[in-house]
Design a protein around this ligand. Structure first.
Ligand SMILES: [Zn+2]
Ligand SMILES: [Zn+2]
Length: 138
C-alpha cells in the first residue's frame, strides 16, 4: 500500500510502500533523544524521495542511519543498512487513518514518567535485537 508523507516544513516529501498500518513505539534511549519521545514507527520496504537536497543522514549505529530534514529538523526515518527496511516516523505520514499502535520495543529502556494504555505486544531490547539479527541473516 503506497503512502505519502513529508517533514514539518515540506522540503522533504516521500512516497513509501507500507507493509501494513501497524505502528510500533520504540522506547530506546537513542529514539527518545532523537525524536523527543518514543519513536512511533511504521515499516516500509521502499523509500522514494524526489528532492534529496534537504536530507540529513546520521549514522547512529553499526546497522542504522537516522534520516532527517536539514531545514526543519523533523526525524523522518531509520534506515537499516544492508536490508531495504525503513522505519518511518508515523507522524510524518499524510494519512494517519487506520494506524494501530500494536507493538512497543525496548520496554526495558522506557523511563518511568509515561506509560501507554494501548494493548500492545511488548519486547525488550534483547528480544528485538535478536529478532532483527535473525531477519538480517535472511
Ligand atoms: Zn523540513
Ligand atoms: Zn529505538
Amino acid at each position: 500500500m503506497m503512502a505519502t508523507g513529508k517533514c514539518f516544513c515540506g522540503a522533504v516529501r516521500y512516497t513509501a510502500k507500507l507493509e501494513n498500518r501497524n505502528v510500533s513505539a520504540c522506547h530506546c534511549g537513542m529514539c527518545r533523544q532523537w525524536s523527543a519521545g518514543p519513536m512511533f514507527a511504521i515499516f516500509s520496504s521502499t523509500m522514494d524521495i524526489a528532492d534529496k537536497s534537504s536530507l540529513g543522514v546520521y549514522r547512529s549505529s553499526e546497522w542504522a542511519e537516522r534520516v532527517f530534514c536539514k531545514k526543519c529538523g523533523t526525524p523522518l526515518y531509520n534506515y537499516l543498512l544492508g536490508k531495504d527496511f525503513y522505519e518511518i516516523s508515523a507522524e510524518t505520514l499524510d494519512d494517519k487513518s487506520g494506524l494501530v499502535l500494536d507493538t512497543e520495543i525496548f520496554v526495558d529502556d522506557k523511563p518511568g514518567y509515561y506509560v501507554f494504555a494501548n494493548d500492545t505486544k511488548k519486547m525488550t531490547g534483547a528480544e528485538i535485537i535478536a529478532d532483527i539479527s535473525a531477519q538480517m541473516r535472511d
